[in-house]
Design a protein. Sequence first.
Lengths: 448, 315
Amino acid sequence: MPRSSSPSGSPAPSAVGMPLLSRRDMLKMVGVTAGAVTLPELLAACGSKKSGGGGTASKTVTIGSNASDAAPKAAYQQVFAKAKASTGLDLQVNTVDHNTFQQQINSYLQGTPQDVFFWFAGYRMQFFAAKGLATSISDVWDKIGSSYTPALKAASTGQDGKQYFVPFYYYPWAVFYRKSVFAKHGYQPAKTWDDYLALLKQQKKDGYVPLAMADDGGWPVQGTFDYLNMRINGYQFHVDLMAGKQAWTDPKVMDVFNHWAQILPYHDLQGGLARKWEEAAITLKNKKTAMFLLGSFVAQQFSGADLADLDFFAFPQINAQFAQDSVEAPIDGFMVSRKPKNLAGAKTLLEYMASPEAIATYLKSDPTNIAANTQADTSNYNALQKKSLELIGSAQHISQFMDRDSRPDFVSTVMIPSLQSFIKNPTPSATSSLLSSIEKQKQAIFVG
Amino acid sequence: MAMLEKAAPAGGTPTRRRGRSLRSLTRRDRLVLALMVGVPSALHLAFVWVPALGSIALSFSRWEGIGGFSSIQWIKTLNYKQIFTIYPPFWPAVRHNLEWMGFLFLATGVGLFLAVQLDKRLRGSRIYQSVIFMPVMLSFAIVGFIWHLVYSYDFGLINNLFHTHVDWLGDSRINLWSALVAASWRHVGYIMIIYLAGLKAVDASLREAAAIDGANEWQTFTRVVFPALKPINVVVLVITVIEALRAFDLVYVINKGTNGLELISALVVSNIVGEASRIGYGSALAVILLVVSLVFIIPYLVAYFRANFGARGAR
């Protein structure tokens, strides 16, 4: 699975073939009763050899990585090689399959995690910080803070106001299109909602399916909801809604779905819910569809002249009060586990990872992302990277994506099926009963 | 099952003999016996009963899987109430599980039919056997992948071959049936091979006798051969029911068990697996699945054992 599909946080196929389900928590139970922590121990034991003796403790920093795909893995290898040279630390990296890492994060962090681990910004970071499974690194931020925008700092801050996360790179979501298609018909990137509707209408008339659509895994359409909500109700409302602090029965949410219902018929609905994003990207490439709202990783399906033809615009403004002040750009970075063996070393490492040099080394090997560090060298960026940088630089707020801004269990067990049923039946009456169903389930999940 | 059948007749008298000899056993024999019975029992207890009871206990709790026992909140039957009232995928999942079972029984019929045909020593029956059995050797993950290539809306075999525009996997009105065809593709081969083995074991003299009595092929099959297959039928029935209730991998590969492919097992996984696991809620779903399974399996097994062993004891 490509790394980029991870914005989903969708459960991994690696879970496939698991026998009768309850066995998993049974194992946990057995572990607990036996006074041992089974799964996490096992997991941790799999990769990290316990370095014998504490003598070298001050030099050794262990790292739990989820960068299992070839390109990022190689890129990180180079970064850590340089980090070793620069900090004099002995770095021991344990790389776990991306999706497995994500699925096991609960037990991993409770077991014997590495000192530093890879993770995501936003609510998903705050959740574990609030559970006491991460160590605050506010003092690191005192040193590195000037390299990051306030939006990035906010995305790295826990609910208690302390920092827990060092951002490394991110990738924005936007409306992607082919320049040649737009040039041929004289289309202009839409600035406002009315422009957008007119554009969709015109594209349909010209024989395109205006908007590509994928929803395999249930996450791709979440981006549409996020943008609509941020454009209509603003970033703060969106984040509060995601954090369970606002009611889904609020008319403001209904308004979001009303707007969505207006553009829904312009989507490539036939087969849409089962389509993989890679397949949808190909419909854009083949000019069957004219636009595609997705993360910048859509570029992975394009190469050569096709890649040069790919461009994007920011999701249009709907409510003038919020204009286009928010960008959805999931951030990947690093955290420190709750009881690191070498806290000082971990902090030294994070300071290095926050340096412009570290991210520059990384992006050289994996140029599909944007450096989070504002002082990083951007002269080698390709056109899409440069434009992504502009898009994010102009944003006052950066959202992380629905499943990163909210409780993962809420998103996977409630929102994925709910958005699917909205797409199948977008009538106002069905939507309003859907929203009250979401609210009831939300109240059952967001407790304590 | 067939072994049970054979072992049973020997079981009647030896029981008494064993009872007598137990007293005359040496201490060492008794120790060995205790170990041989005790170790498996302990393992059974530890790996089957403790987790099962643990699951049942957890189903009355709210627990995110973070922290020890102290972080478990006991909430009585709240999980069950919520599952039955405000959890939209639950009832569809129950219905889908039942539909799955019904369809698999049809597939079982097809498997039986194929087995009967292949039993006639057609030319090349070995090849047919291998071809039909092949899917059984594939994991459901691979089956899901293969059928995705067949069903894909844009690039799938069916839609391209027949120029149809059917959303086989994305349309929630039909994707269950698409998945069932894929599941049956595998199930048929499995059932076929079991029945084929059973048919080979049917005494040829039975057929000859039927033929001499003037029975036609259909009569021979329904009145003589099929009843002779009874032990196999029980195995097949249990397998089919279990396959239907534990069905999970295929829908999980297709779309994680959402959008028309909800199954109870998939709901358990989507609640328990993941970062912020709802252990209690998922356990409650698992317990429901367990109860449903027992409802189907127990009465049949009870009836079966009563008919076969109870009757023999009386004889």
